[in-house]
Structure formats: C-alpha cells, structure tokens
Design a protein around this ligand. Structure first.
Ligand code: CAA
Length: 257
C-alpha cells in the first residue's frame, strides 16, 4: 500500500515507521491512524521483519490527537463507533515496537510512545499530557499507562496541570529507557531494533508478551504465565540452535522456527 501520512521503510530485519505530517507536528488524525495500523499489519505479516521503530521528526514525535478533527466530535457517534478503538490495534501489535522520540510527545503523542515497548528519547524530547488545558482528559491510555510508568505523583501532576517533562526528568522517572543525542537518535533506535530482530522471533514475541502481562495480572499469575511460555520455547528449533551455538562457541543462526 502507498502511504502518505506515515512512511514505511525496511532497514535489514528492522522496519522504520516515520509519522509524516510535519506541518501539523504529526497530529494524530484518523487517516494517520489508519495508515499506521495498516503499516503495522504489513509488518506483522512480513516474516523478514523482527522489530519496528516508530519515530516522528526532529521537532515533534507527535503533538497529540488532531484537535482540528476533534473539535466538532459528536459524542454519540464517538461512542457508537468507538472513535478511539483503532489505537488498540497499535497496542496489540505482537512484535517489538521502539519509540524514537525527538521534540514534542504530547497528549496522544506521549500515549503512542507509551504503547511502544520502550522509548529512546533525544535530548530535546518533551513529554506531556496537555489535554486538561483543552477541557478534556487523555483518551488513548494516558491515564492508565503513565501511572504505571512514572508512578502516581508524577502522573497526577502531569495530567492535572499539563506540565511537560524534559528528557532528563523522563529518564530519571523511568518513562524512557535512555537519552541519545538528537543527531544520533534514529541510527541508534534502528540499531537497537536490528539487534532485537537478530534474535529468535518466537522468543522475542514471548518476551514481549510476558513483560506486557505484568501490567495486567497479579504477580502469581504473571509468574505462572511466564513459566508456561518459558517451557513452550523449548519446542522451538531456535532454542536448540541457540544453546548448541553457545556450547560450540559459535554464533547462532536463528530461523524463527
Ligand atoms: N492537533 C492539530 N493541529 C496541531 C496540533 C494538534 N494536536 N498540534 C499542533 N498542531 C498544528 C498547529 O495548529 C499549527 O498549525 P497551523 O500552522 O495550521 O496553525 C502547527 O501544528 C504548528 O503548531 P504551532 O504553531 O502551535 O507550533 P508551536 O511551536 O508554537 O507550538 C506546541 C508547539 C506546543 C506543540 C503546540 O502546537 C501545541 O500545544 N499543540 C497542541 C498540543 C496538545 O494539546 N495535545 C493534546 C491533543 S488532545 C489529545 O491528544 C487527546 C487524546 O489523548 C486522544
């Protein structure tokens, strides 16, 4: 499919999705979401791709849901059609997603970054939940994911006041995994995704699923879930290859089987 509001490129076994509405600071319109989910479906089906980087521009990862599109939102139609439900498809993507965030990640932009498995931040990144200043609240998971990521005090402060956080604060409180110089961000994010994609895809997907489960269940259930996935990986050829390669002191050749 030809995309306009996102760009999809392949870099070896990693994919790179670039949000591409620079004039609107990558505001997340319905069309952009449709293209993003289409691109992710393409990646899900592409056996060659093992992980994906989602990025924006140097000025903005994304400045939130498209306010111009939302201003006349009909609440009945929004409820009937579940206006925001398309975002669940992003969160449900089963291969790893790395958010490479430079510039603004506000509202829905910050929520999209948090739907990814981890965030690499450029030194100029700014995170925030300004919805309260518009008379609304976050609507694509922000109230639920931010508290799990940074704890109640910071989540409440950001959501109730609209205050933004710089990259240093975001790293300190665990919202981002690392800060990278802005000029290096994309190359580093692609390198990280390529490293993930060099491993056995079933193991990588199981790792993502198991860690993701921690937010949705009790510790005891989560540990049982992890153990079942752990046992199941011994049914893969890649487990045999990975361990044989270690014992034979050579590089493993994973086949995603
Ligand atoms: N929706 C639509 N258009 C947006 C936008 C958004 N979220 N954010 C920026 N734009 C547009 C601006 O309207 C402007 O377009 P025009 O040139 O046509 O006027 C263009 O992008 C550039 O923006 P600014 O001129 O405002 O740039 P700036 O550098 O002065 O400010 C900014 C940058 C601080 C990010 C500012 O644009 C801003 O505050 N944006 C809105 C942020 C926001 O409130 N996000 C939350 C949206 S609601 C949401 O996300 C709900 C949800 O959870 C589902």
């Amino acid at each position: 499919m030809a995309y306009e509001q996102v760009r999809l490129e392949r870099r070896g076994r990693a994919a790179l999705i670039t949000l591409n509405r620079p004039k609107a600071l990558n505001a997340l319109s319905a069309d952009l979401l449709a293209e993003l989910t289409e691109a992710l479906d393409e990646i899900a089906e592409d056996e060659r791709i093992g992980a994906t980087v989602i990025t924006g521009s140097e000025r903005a990862f994304a400045a939130g849901a498209d306010i111009k599109e939302m201003v006349e939102l009909d609440p009945v139609a929004a409820y009937r059609d579940d206006f925001l439900s398309g975002w669940e498809r992003v969160a449900a993507h089963r291969k790893p997603l790395v958010a490479a965030v430079a510039g603004y990640a506000l509202g829905g932009g910050c929520e999209l970054a948090m739907m990814c498995d981890f965030i690499l931040a450029a030194d100029n990144a700014r995170f925030g939940m300004p919805e309260i200043t518009l008379g609304i609240i976050p609507g694509i998971g922000g109230t639920q994911r931010l508290i799990r990521s940074v704890g109640k005090a910071k989540a409440m402060e950001m959501i109730l006041t609209g205050r933004t956080m710089d990259a240093v604060e975001a790293e300190r409180c665990g919202l981002v995994s690392r800060i990278v110089e802005a000029a290096e961000l994309l190359d580093e994010a692609v390198r990280v995704a390529q490293r993930i994609a060099s491993f056995s895809l079933p193991a990588v997907m199981a790792a993502k699923e198991a860690v993701g489960r921690a937010n949705e269940t009790t510790l005891a259930e989560g540990i049982r879930f992890e153990r079942r996935l752990f046992y199941s990986l011994f049914a893969t050829l890649d487990q045999k290859e990975g361990m044989a390669a270690f014992l034979e002191k050579r590089e493993p050749q994973f086949r995603n089987r």
